[in-house]
Design a protein around this ligand. Structure first.
Ligand SMILES: NC(=O)c1ccc[n+]([C@@H]2O[C@H](COP(=O)([O-])OP(=O)(O)OC[C@H]3O[C@@H](n4cnc5c(N)ncnc54)[C@H](O)[C@@H]3O)[C@@H](O)[C@H]2O)c1
Length: 335
């Protein structure tokens, strides 16, 4: 049984508590939040879990094996670093850290101490993303040409991170999970409609040397909620609507063949629109699978689906997007 402490019981922390509580390999020993009113809520639901307003009561408790951190991003690095230095396995909420330098330092400490360091990119554990990965890996949709994602709603304005740092980690982690190729460069634009200069609308394009292209539209100021991803292959195309309760994925037998005429002057485009197929996707809650993945990495050294490498790739893209936004969409090479 892995003894775990959870830090942060705001909006997302309760989901972690519920899922770690439901996993046979974990026993939640303590939950910390600097706001005691949040802990009072926790105690009503889970009277046996200890509470504390001081995260060090978890991080420095020698009886605790692992720590899950669901606090604001700017606190992730220091909490995770101290936890790793105290010999704890660490699960960090997305986005991993505020800078790639911080992420790299955490990876170095975890690797040196042979501790699990995982980032919760929840979407990688959904039935829908698992199915899309199968469709791409089995060559069902052919060579993937583009990924286009819209993640917009009337969202909570975050004081410390812009809309890309808030919403795009989901899409970028899906991108890096599905596509093996490393991104080459990006262009991003964004705008802040508040006095704090934190962008509430942003558009990000990620470029690849092969000609594959990915685009993300993120906003906290949309009147409607849209969670829609299009993935185009040269054989078939996928529409992934995460708001659909059951039919989240549709595979379109849609495509085109291009020929040039004899003088190579005109493009001859032969369009194909065929059947639409709706595959079954696993209904298991993603966070339950994520918690089990974390357990297996601690107990058996298993590589996790969402790991620190994907955490770092996401941060590198977000960092470069900040630079591009500051320079009005300038192309930034991703290091
Ligand atoms: N995986 C997902 O799908 C998903 C969804 C939402 C949020 N998140 C991530 O979860 C994290 C938390 O987001 P949230 O929306 O729950 O934020 P939140 O502000 O609602 O909750 C954060 C909680 O942490 C507490 N806190 C802050 N600093 C602390 C500290 N040093 N020690 C102990 N407690 C502290 C706050 O009092 C608050 O209750 C963020 O990294 C966010 O990106 C992930």
């Amino acid at each position: 049984m892995i003894k775990i402490g959870i830090i942060g019981y705001g909006y997302w922390g309760p989901n972690l508590v519920r899922n770690f509580n439901g996993n046979k390999n974990f026993s939640i020993v303590k939950v910390a939040d600097t706001r005691s009113e949040r802990l009072n809520l926790l105690q009503k639901a889970y009277p046996l879990i200890e509470i504390t307003t001081n995260p060090n009561d978890i991080i420095k408790d020698p009886s605790i094996d692992a720590v899950a951190i669901a606090t604001p991003v700017f606190t992730h690095f220091q909490l995770a670093k101290t936890a790793l230095e105290n010999g704890k396995h660490v699960l960090l909420e997305k986005p991993m850290t505020s800078t790639s330098q911080e992420a790299e330092e955490l990876i170095r400490i975890a690797s040196g101490k042979k501790l699990s360091l995982m980032v919760d990119h929840t979407f990688l554990y959904t039935g829908a993303v698992q199915k899309i990965k199968q469709l791409i890996d089995s060559d069902t949709i052919g060579k993937v040409k583009y990924l286009d994602s819209t993640r917009i709603n009337l969202g909570l304005f975050q004081p410390d991170i812009n809309v890309l740092w808030d919403l795009a980690p989901h899409d970028i982690s899906i991108l890096t999970h599905l596509v093996g190729e490393k991104p080459y460069s990006l262009n991003a634009t964004g705008v802040s409609h508040t006095s704090n200069d934190v962008e509430n609308i942003a558009y990000l394009t990620v470029n690849f040397e092969s000609g594959f292209i990915a685009h993300f539209n993120c906003s906290w100021t949309s009147p409607v909620k849209i969670r829609l991803m299009l993935i185009g292959g040269d054989n078939k195309m996928i529409v992934y609507n995460d708001l659909e309760p059951t039919e989240k994925i549709k595979i379109y037998d849609t495509g085109y063949d291009i020929k040039t005429d004899e003088e190579k002057q005109n493009l001859l485009v032969d369009y194909r629109t065929g059947d639409i197929f709706i595959p079954k996707t696993a209904p298991t809650e993603a966070l339950a699978l994520m918690a089990e993945d974390f357990a297996q990495s601690i107990l058996n050294g298993k590589d996790t689906v969402s790991n620190f490498n994907s955490g770092l790739s996401v941060i590198k893209i977000l960092e470069a997007s900040n630079e591009s936004i500051k320079n009005r969409g300038k192309e930034i090479i991703i290091k």
